[in-house]
Design a protein around this ligand. Structure first.
Ligand SMILES: [Zn+2]
Length: 106
């Protein structure tokens, strides 16, 4: 148990870094190589499940909440800022048409 406490954070940190790199690559490849981009996103998701690491919001927002597809901002999703007094962003998935809102707390 004690050993696990020492080992785990390093492994998790590494997995988290890999996940971030994969998503970044997936976003930059979304336009030029959509297939590769989907594969990289899938890999990032697998890392998250295998290591039981919850993806940080900035990574999770690249996945549609409904169809679970990887959606690159500006490529297969549209991100718009809400005009209401409460600051929010609206993300629309081009693949299934689902729109969801995220309220940005200040
Ligand atoms: Zn979708």
């Amino acid at each position: 148990m004690a050993l696990e406490i020492i080992v785990k954070p390093a492994v998790r940190k590494l997995a988290m870094e890999r996940m971030q790199i994969l998503i970044q690559n997936a976003i930059s490849n979304a336009r030029i190589d959509p297939e590769l981009s989907q594969r990289q996103a899938l890999l990032a998701r697998r890392i998250s499940t295998r290591h039981k690491i919850r993806m940080p919001y900035e990574l999770r927002m690249n996945f549609c909440k409904k169809c679970k597809s990887f959606i690159a901002p500006g490529v297969n999703s549209r991100i718009r800022l809400g005009r209401a007094s409460v600051k929010s962003i609206r993300i629309s998935c081009y693949l299934c048409g689902h729109t969801y809102r995220k309220i940005i707390s200040q």
